[in-house]
Design a protein around this ligand. Structure first.
Ligand code: PEP
Length: 252
């Protein structure tokens, strides 16, 4: 079986003014020096350049929370991939459920962003996950399967080296409810089996699949011990250095 390096990413969402972002980044950089996993932080766009100065030359990667699906032009309010590269971003979160639900992002739009990112050699954390309604209707596997198929449309096996998948059940995001380790691992396994069908066994074994949804120091160890869970995309707990570092340090 392939050994997959654990990957812990912090999505700061619409939190932290620049000075606060800088000091949080400083604490994370300091505390993550000996991390056994890959570490990423995704501050708000306007704090990226200042946070870049803090993470430069360290083992903490700079991420963005979203990007436009067009390279440039008349797209008021959008942020382009070149702008992200210009400030030192090397990975972008695409298809987060808040973008899908609050801002109407469709699978097709998400797919176009993923294709653009790959073309421009930008790494991607591609988020998928079902709502509570969908889970209760017994449709979790079907919803996630469709999101993966549609989001990765026209992405080749080779290009998937730019992609990490994050399974984030919408009902567990910011709610304090976590999927049980078994429920989460079951969906991760479905995703891995789907990748094997769509691509190859080798690719499926290599793919890093993060879990997201109220990951905290108290539950991180058990989640990360599951066979198919290769890391975490952390929201709330990534806003406090102590908690985020405890999650990082739960990777032995
Ligand atoms: C997220 O938004 O990606 C997330 C998982 O948030 P939280 O950890 O707060 O549930």
């Amino acid at each position: 079986m392939a050994t997959r390096k654990k990957y812990i990413a912090g999505n700061w969402k619409m939190n932290k003014l620049t000075a606060e972002a800088v000091s949080l980044a400083e604490e994370i950089v300091e505390g993550a020096k000996e991390a056994k996993c890959k570490v990423m932080i995704a501050p708000p766009f306007v704090a990226l350049s200042e946070v870049k100065k803090i993470v430069k030359g360290t083992n903490v990667i700079l991420g963005a929370q979203n990007m436009a699906n067009e390279k440039s032009g008349a797209h008021t309010g959008e942020v382009s991939i070149d702008m992200l590269k210009d400030v030192g971003v090397s990975v972008v979160i695409i298809g987060h459920s808040e973008r899908r639900i609050l801002y109407g992002e469709t699978d097709a739009l998400i797919n176009s962003k993923i294709l653009l990112a790959i073309k421009e050699k930008m790494n991607v954390i591609f988020c998928v996950g079902e709502t509570l309604e969908e889970r209760e209707a017994g449709k979790a596997f079907e919803v996630v399967t469709n999101q993966v198929i549609n989001g990765l449309k026209d992405v080749t096996e080779k290009e998937l080296s730019f992609v990490t998948i994050a399974y984030e059940p919408v009902w567990a995001i910011g709610t304090g409810k976590t999927a049980t380790e078994k429920d989460a691992d079951d969906v991760h396994k479905i995703i891995r089996e789907l990748l094997e069908k769509l691509y190859s066994k080798e690719l499926a074994q290599k793919m890093v699949i993060q879990y997201g949804g109220s990951v905290k120091p108290e539950n991180a160890g058990a989640l990360l011990a599951m066979e198919n869970i290769d890391g975490a995309l952390v929201g709330g707990a990534s806003l406090k250095a102590e908690q985020f570092l405890a999650i990082i340090n739960s990777v032995k």
